[in-house]
Design a protein around this ligand. Structure first.
Ligand code: UDP
Ligand code: MG
Length: 138
């Protein structure tokens, strides 16, 4: 069993896509074992995306990610890291497969509605960034 971190980004929450995203991941048999809504400070967003701190889009991204509430979830399932990445679609929505969340709803390479961990390592550290063991139900 794997776990992954999912975030519905400020554009997704702000546009009323929370229910739509949750419906899609429940329909795909990904189990939600933790969930909360929060608004990151710019510092918290910078910490979360620290791996990207040298990238040209870092300031804009962390400003965006701290611009409004997000919904953070832990998903559990077999092969869920990759399965959820597939459900999200490519980073650039223009390259994302049809029927993916990003293809259907993203408006911009930055404002692409959802985040998902990209590996076991990042999933472990990203889940730990937002949740303690008492907040994860299984
Ligand atoms: N991003 C961006 N411009 C880029 C690449 C990425 O604004 O050229 C943003 C986008 O919101 C993306 C996030 O930075 O989701 C993290 O980038 P990453 O390459 O990790 O993409 P992801 O894992 O989210 O698909
Ligand atoms: Mg990533």
């Amino acid at each position: 069993m794997e776990r992954t971190l999912s975030i519905i980004k400020p554009d997704g929450v702000g546009r009323g896509l929370t229910g739509e995203v949750i419906k899609r991941l429940e329909n795909s048999k990904m189990k939600i074992i933790a969930m909360k809504m929060l608004k990151m400070t710019e510092k918290q967003a910078q910490g979360f995306y620290a791996v990207h701190k040298e990238r040209p889009f870092f300031d804009s991204l962390t400003n965006f990610m701290s611009s409004g509430p997000v919904v953070v979830m832990v998903l559990e399932g077999e092969n869920v890291i990759l399965k959820y990445r597939d459900l999200m679609g490519a980073t650039n929505y223009k390259e994302a497969e049809e029927g993916t969340i990003r293809r259907d709803f993203a408006t911009d390479i930055e404002k692409n509605v959802v985040h998902g961990s990209d590996s076991q390592e990042s999933s472990d550290s990203e889940i730990g960034y937002f949740f303690n063991s008492f907040e994860i139900v299984n």
